[in-house]
Design a protein. Structure first.
Length: 692
């Protein structure tokens, strides 16, 4: 559907399929699985990058892993607990991909490195390594109205599919064991890394696709520019490190230039500094990847040695800039305390570091990478994220598309800025009536989906209040739940007569190892059941959790939303793109001044967005001052206290006694650190008032 839209052929395909008695929309939803290639917003954003690059007809290729299984399919059991099942998106093959064995690359793991000095210099000998063959599968990305880009996905293969000698001895399992650990590299997206083997697999995955991709880039350069030296690579190519997962591309390019192409250290380093650009997607310290030094040394001995040398060179230069400032140099170093810090590696060697909103870039400069800013002023820039607006408007919302194009034409499909022309119709009664009709039709479509898939009946005339994003404590689904509990208390107490009926939608996956996030999903279902049982509250409030949130579901959910919940703790969300998609489809945003909400508020005006709560500097001030006492807020705020007490007073159904007390405990007293680290209680009253 997306390619048909960009090829301007949607009507043609719909007509052709209709002659066969088929529906294009039904074919897409039932027969074409979503590619299981990314996790949440970061994966979706990469797809948006490629759509934009293809539409601009820029020569671009995206590289990743051809995972056999995606993140996971989320199911919810009868009690309301998340269950993860395999996402076998390749079960019936992928008609769009083209494998190319001629472009296969060998990636090496483990082994021993020997340095041998020869007449023409140092020679690195790598022996006893375990080879893995990376086979590329290419998928075309169509740009709007012309232009194309390529998505290259690498699949891991064993050089020898079967150890025949072992097999002939009757050791059948052993004969296939070597192949199995190799093919595990491209088996599952984001395997759990809370154990040693999981970390090893993650590291293999990261090196596997970066090594194969960088090898391809060098081969491609030499084929296209046989007369140019490799020192000219920065003039012909840029490698974008999209978050830290591909960061090993830096020492891998150094390895190829040094060991295989014979460049000097200074030449190779200059090439890397001119070729790599790094985009950071988070300020959360736990998401800035670090690898155990011993693990990298064991699995990637040559890459580790180069990384260590990069660290020594970088620290020497830092010493010249900051003599005697040991702590600053330690904080900026690539290797410290037995860990290899990938974000520091990217900052050290890339020519630019990008934040994905203006607020995010400022936080990087002033906090997360403040030392980088003082060392290389101007290196950290801010380019705010965008979205594939044609997909999220023209494809997802044909009713609104038709209304817009009847009103201002279709020129906005190439230049979204032309949507500003709609401002002239904000007070046009006929336009507003048609807009309301489109919104209601989209709400009826979502209500039908909920009835068919969950067996629940929802009122399309109620306000549709939606929070759809990855389940994480900083995104504060829990703050939303606390306000729902407060609304329930108001209704039960007889103070909810004036509240219009509202349906709250949650859609979110929690990481399999993230117990608190999974417990919040269980809590949402428990709150939904409590409300459903109350004869009065159930007429005013309904809570619906939509399982297995994905792009296809989003295309039904987002156009139906009246309210978009963008309520992360200020300073924690790098950008967000769901906020853009919801507002593009006519939902009103309730949010903090966080991420791209800042730019949205500036674009639409503060009278067209509902902003509440602490700002990022105010939140940071509370953290630094150590003067945040959520227990005092709890004691002083009756509405909050009543809402929170539901977690421990037995009013909610539970799988076992005091199931939700750990959430209560963390908000008031902390787990092992600061209580309420995401400031839910600090923002509760402002959020409650804004919701009213």
């Amino acid at each position: 559907m997306s390619n048909a839209l960009n090829l301007l052929q949607t009507d043609l395909y719909q007509a052709a399929l209709a002659e066969l008695g088929l529906s294009l929309e039904k074919l897409e939803s039932e027969a074409e699985p979503e590619a299981g290639l990314g996790n949440g917003g970061l994966g979706r954003l990469a797809a948006c990058f490629m759509d934009s690059l293809a539409t601009l007809n820029l020569p671009a290729m995206a590289c990743g892993i051809r995972y056999e299984y995606g993140l996971f399919r989320q199911k919810i059991d009868e009690a309301g607990n998340q269950i993860e099942t395999p996402d076998d998106w390749l079960q019936n093959g992928n008609a769009w991909e083209v494998p190319d064995m001629s472009q296969a690359m060998e990636v090496r793991f483990g082994g021993t490195i020997k340095e041998v000095w020869q007449e023409n210099g140092l020679k690195i000998i790598h022996t006893d390594y375990q080879p893995v063959i990376a086979v590329p599968y290419d998928m075309p990305i169509a740009g709007y109205g012309g232009g194309a880009a390529t998505l290259r996905l690498w699949s891991a293969r064993a050089p020898q599919r079967l150890d025949m000698k072992t097999f002939q001895r009757g050791e059948y399992a052993q004969s296939a064991a070597h192949r199995e650990w190799i093919e595990a590299i491209s088996k599952v997206l984001y395997p759990e890394d809370n154990n040693h083997e999981g970390k090893m697999l993650r590291l293999r995955q990261h090196y596997f696709f970066t090594s194969a991709s960088v090898q391809y880039i060098i081969r491609d350069f030499k084929q296209h520019y046989p007369d140019l030296p490799l020192t000219m690579l920065p003039e012909k190519a840029v490698i974008h490190i999209n978050d830290t997962h591909p960061a090993l591309a830096i020492p891998e390019l150094m390895r190829i230039l040094l060991d295989e192409e014979g460049l000097s250290w200074s030449q190779a380093y200059d090439v890397c500094r001119g070729t790599f650009a790094y985009t950071n997607h988070t300020v959360m310290s736990e998401a800035l990847e670090k690898w155990p030094e011993d693990m990298m040394k064991e699995l990637l001995p040559r890459v580790y040695a180069i990384t260590r040398a990069l660290n020594e060179v970088y620290c020497a230069r830092l010493w010249e800039a900051f003599p005697g400032q040991w702590q600053k140099i330690s904080d900026m170093s690539i290797i410290a305390n037995g860990q290899v810090r990938m974000a520091n590696l990217c900052c050290a060697v890339s020519f630019a570091v990008n934040g994905v909103s203006q607020l995010h870039a400022r936080i990087l400069r002033e906090d997360v990478f403040r030392n980088v800013q003082s060392y290389e002023p101007g290196k950290i820039i801010g380019i705010t994220n965008g979205i594939t607006f044609r997909r999220w408007l023209n494809k997802a919302n044909p009713g609104l598309t038709n209304l817009i194009e009847e009103t201002i034409g279709d020129g906005y499909r190439r230049d979204a800025a032309l949507l500003r022309e709609l401002a002239a119709y904000a007070g046009d009664a006929a336009f507003c009536v048609k807009f309301a009709e489109v919104k209601h039709q989209n709400k009826e479509r979502l209500a039908k989906y909920v009835k068919e898939n969950l067996g629940q009946t929802i009122d399309p005339d109620s306000i549709f209040d939606v929070q759809a994003k990855r389940l994480h404590e900083y995104k504060r689904q829990l703050l939303n739940v606390l306000n729902i509990l407060h609304m329930y208390d108001e209704i039960v107490a007889g103070r909810g007569e004036k509240l219009p009926p509202r349906t709250f939608f949650f859609a979110a996956k929690a990481s399999p190892g993230y117990d608190r996030a999974k417990l919040i999903i269980r809590l949402i279902h428990s709150v939904a059941r409590m409300i459903e049982k109350h004869p009065v509250a159930s007429k005013k409030i309904k809570v619906v959790f939509l399982p297995n949130y994905c792009v296809s579901l989003a295309e039904t959910l987002i156009p139906a939303a009246d309210i978009s919940e963008q309520i992360s703790t200020a300073g924690k969300e790098a950008s967000g793109t769901g906020n853009m998609k919801f507002m593009l489809n006519g939902a009103v945003t309730v949010g903090t001044l966080d991420g791209a909400n800042v730019e949205i508020s500036e674009a639409v005006g503060m009278d067209s967005i509902f902003i509440f709560g602490l700002t990022a500097p105010e939140a940071a001030g509370l953290y630094r001052a150590g003067r945040y006492h959520p227990g005092e807020i709890y004691e002083q705020n009756t509405a909050l206290r009543c809402a929170l007490d539901h977690l421990i007073d037995g009013s909610l159904d539970m799988d076992y006694d005091r199931q939700f007390s750990s959430i209560y405990q963390s908000l008031l007293f902390g787990d092992y650190g600061m209580a309420d680290p995401y400031l839910l209680l600090a923002d509760f009253d402002a959020y409650r008032q804004t919701q009213r």
